[in-house]
Design a protein around this ligand. Structure first.
Ligand code: IYR
Length: 217
């Protein structure tokens, strides 16, 4: 064995099980939707911790793991985050956003009001570390944190929780409220919880496979 290396721990599955496994996960992810109406029911924080631990297994540039997850369940912090987000969103919907962007958002029915930031029992705020705390170089930060965000959203859905990928812009107010250091930039704000019983979602579709896949044989 070479220095600093260990044997790979890799589990092979019987070939006929592989299609079922791939198809099963695909069906599960097809059922995932962004949710904007949450039930105030609390969620098991241990479930959230495990999902965050799953997300933190993502690959990253030079294994620098340039992410920080902030799990917010405090009502006061959620209120402050809602107020900060709504201030940004009022500017966005009130003139900053080009008409084309607003037209693209019309099918989603969004506006500057973000009650879900207080209604959801938990918020997970994902920060990207531009560099390490001591100035160490980080590489492919957006790609790395984006992959971790994908793991997190899939893990939460798999655990039975609903999320919204929310990106009020700009998001610097999050670093301020949550007391994050200057080398961390807010990347994504995820309200997490159970959907409200009356929750509706926009009637939108994903592109079929043949529109997104090109095979070079
Ligand atoms: N941040 C705003 C606007 C918004 C932008 C995109 I791109 C979306 O996919 C959805 C919303 C908001 O949250 O309302």
């Amino acid at each position: 064995m070479s220095d600093g290396m260990v044997p790979l721990n890799f589990r092979r599955h019987p070939p006929d099980e592989m299609r079922d496994r791939a198809g099963g996960l695909c069906e599960e992810l097809k059922a995932r939707r962004s949710v904007r109406h949450f039930s105030p029911e609390p969620v098991d924080v241990e479930v959230l911790r495990r999902c965050i631990e799953a997300a933190a297994q993502a690959p990253s540039g030079a294994n620098k793991q340039p992410w920080t997850f902030v799990l917010v369940t405090s009502a006061a912090a959620k209120k402050a985050i809602r107020e900060g987000a709504e201030e940004e969103e009022r500017a966005f919907y009130g003139g900053k956003a080009p008409d084309r962007w607003l037209a693209d958002l019309a099918p989603l029915g969004t506006d500057a009001s973000k009650p879900f930031l207080e209604e959801a029992p938990a918020l997970i705020v994902l920060f990207a570390q531009r560099h390490g705390a001591e100035g160490e170089h980080h590489y492919y930060v957006s790609e790395s944190v984006g992959i971790a965000a994908g793991f997190l959203i899939a893990a939460l859905h798999h655990a039975g929780l609903a999320t919204l990928t929310h990106t009020p812009s700009p998001m610097n107010f999050l670093a301020k409220i949550l007391g994050r250091p200057a080398h961390e930039r807010p990347f994504l704000l995820l309200p997490v919880g159970y959907p409200a019983p009356s929750c509706e979602v926009p009637d939108i579709r994903r592109k079929p496979l043949h529109e997104v896949l090109i095979e070079v044989r």
